[in-house]
Design a protein around this ligand. Structure first.
Ligand SMILES: [Zn+2]
Length: 57
């Protein structure tokens, strides 16, 4: 029974440890990095708003 990538269905090597192929893992890592960047920006904006809101009150 050959393993296939959970994302794109590409056949994976027998001793492959991951459930996704290398390309999909890289893609996912890239997506996580992008989300992390966006999340970090949103968080700092939210913090700024919260801080400003507290100072105004
Ligand atoms: Zn894949």
């Amino acid at each position: 029974m050959a393993n296939v990538c959970k994302k794109c269905g590409k056949p994976l090597p027998m001793n492959y440890k991951h459930k996704k192929c290398e390309r999909c893992i890289n893609e996912q890592a890239e997506t996580i990095r992008k989300i992390g960047k966006i999340g970090g920006t949103l968080l700092s904006v939210a913090l700024l708003v919260v801080t400003k809101g507290k100072k105004t009150k």
